[in-house]
Design a protein around this ligand. Structure first.
Ligand code: HEM
Length: 464
């Protein structure tokens, strides 16, 4: 049976998908949902055979498949029985090479994965890559990165203990470059937030029937075809063996700087701080979309688009979520092409905060940004280079400015309004050019592939 990658809203308990989900790692089609995680970043040191033996034994004992994930989620709903420790393994192109597999076999359109994040930094096309220079990254990320192991569980203690034991075992074949610890930070309503205090993880492509049914979909359809995130595993000839390209970026957030910046912005625009912040993010802290309301209150709504705000009188064109997803309004582009750029975001925060988030750290905290996709060049990189870092998107002639949240072009002012909506007459006169941003910095990362389960569990074909 061959899987149709154009299918949306699949039922994971349908027998057609069983083999495919059994071969696929978890977290790709649906978030693993655990509160604590660790990310062990590795450079292989042992020769290929010994390293492959370690991977095979570990994958056979611990790897979580997508099938296991949906079965555990079902039994949790029915019996409240939590699932096992969630475990994923990712390899970079240089990791494959070290193990003796030719990365040239990956048929990504523009070789993004094969070159890796550091070499792609030098890409200087019409939309240049504006990532900071590698010398400015944390030292551990500057050299070759071969693999990443992700562990996740609802018990912080269980993650800590498993990380220690895996680190001890893997150190026989690899150098541990870094262990990044992630967790779900929550606001007083217990909703997941990022360090600036905004509810996060609201809008994501949905692949499974049950997840789609949970969302209102009158004006925005969150469904996405399997082919948005699945790519054939070139080293597994079994039918229905898929993997997914995976981007990992450590993004440091300067909370103090951001808060000061918002205060200044609100003073210059003569709007309150909540509205100034929403003009940066495109949502208020509680998730209310700025295009729908001039104040918080609606909360985590995701059923909206920008059809009634084509001139950006409510939500600025530059706002993070508007740049990230125009919801059908990208100029000169079909809706289908726009939707093909979507990524499955799975980021978690890192770095401790004071209770009630009363502290304002300038560093040491941020987002372990992670996303899955079928093609890194077409999806993640396109978003970052052509939408976020490009001051001429989406207004080609009048210059929107870069994304004030994660744009990497420090000199590009955005165009801000001093009013919400169309009251007040002459709109252009109200647009001020102010340069907001630079509160988030890339500290390192890599492009990976999440190989099929079968490949990892049989990476040394002749082991028992
Ligand atoms: C520290 C860095 C970042 C922070 C604090 C941040 C914050 C947020 C917040 C608060 C939302 C709104 C909640 C939601 O819709 O889930 C959001 C949405 C989103 N972000 Fe980010 N983000 C960061 C980095 C990135 C990066 C690097 C990308 C991709 C290159 C990205 C892509 C998106 C997308 C696609 C959405 C959903 C937009 C939509 O469908 O409406 N974000 N982000």
């Amino acid at each position: 049976m061959t899987i149709d990658l154009t299918k949306t809203g699949i039922d994971p308990f349908d027998l057609i998908y069983k083999q495919m989900l059994n071969q696929l790692q978890g977290n790709i089609l649906k978030p693993h949902g655990r509160d604590y995680s660790s990310h062990i970043i590795l450079r292989f040191t042992a020769e290929a055979r010994a390293t492959k033996e370690w991977i095979q034994n570990f994958a056979r004992a611990q790897l979580s498949s997508a099938l296991q994930q949906v079965e555990e989620a079902k039994s949790f709903r029915e019996t409240q029985q939590p699932g096992q420790m969630f475990v994923s393994i990712f390899l970079s192109a240089s990791g494959y090479e070290h193990l003796g597999f030719d990365p040239g076999k990956f048929d990504e359109e523009n070789d993004t994965f094969r070159l890796g994040m550091k070499k792609r930094r030098r890409v200087n096309t019409f939309f240049p890559n504006k990532d900071p220079r590698v010398e400015q990254w944390e030292e551990v990320y500057r050299g070759s990165i071969h693999a990443l192991i992700m562990l996740a569980d609802d018990s912080a203690e269980a993650v800590r203990a498993a990380t220690e034991s895996i680190a001890a075992s893997v150190s026989t074949v690899a150098q541990i470059l870094a262990i990044e610890r992630g967790y779900v930070l929550r606001n007083s309503e217990k909703e997941p937030i990022e360090h600036f205090g905004y509810v996060d993880g609201l809008s994501n492509p949905r692949f499974l029937k049950g997840d789609l049914e949970l969302e209102e979909r009158q004006t925005w359809d969150p469904s996405a075809p399997l082919g948005q995130v699945l790519a054939p595993d070139p080293f597994n000839t079994a039918p229905d063996a898929f993997g997914s390209y995976f981007v990992f970026r450590k993004l440091e957030q300067n909370v103090h700087g951001f808060n000061l910046g918002i205060r200044e912005l609100s003073a210059r625009l003569r709007v309150d701080e909540a509205l100034a912040g929403a003009m940066v993010v495109g949502r208020f802290r509680d998730g209310t979309p700025l295009t729908l309301e001039p104040q918080a209150g609606l909360g985590a709504v995701n059923d909206f688009n920008y059809r009634n705000d084509k001139d950006a009188l409510k939500c600025p064109f530059h706002a993070h979520i508007r740049k990230a997803n125009q919801r059908g309004e990208t100029p000169l582009t079909s809706e289908e092409s726009e939707r093909s750029r979507r990524i499955a975001r799975r980021g978690v925060v890192y770095g401790e905060r004071a209770p009630g988030l009363t502290d304002e750290p300038e560093g040491g905290v941020g987002l372990l940004f992670m996303c899955y996709q079928a093609d890194i060049g077409h999806q993640f990189e396109f978003l970052q280079r052509v939408w976020f870092d490009n001051p001429r998107f989406p207004e080609i002639l009048s210059e929107t400015g870069d994304c004030p949240l994660i744009g990497q072009d420090g000199d590009e002012p955005q165009r801000w309004r001093t009013k919400w909506g169309d009251e007040g007459g002459d709109e252009d006169a109200e647009r001020l050019r102010i340069n907001f941003g630079d509160w988030i910095r890339l500290k390192g990362g890599e492009y990976f592939f999440a190989p099929s389960v079968g490949f990892l569990q049989n990476i040394v074909a002749d082991l028992p």
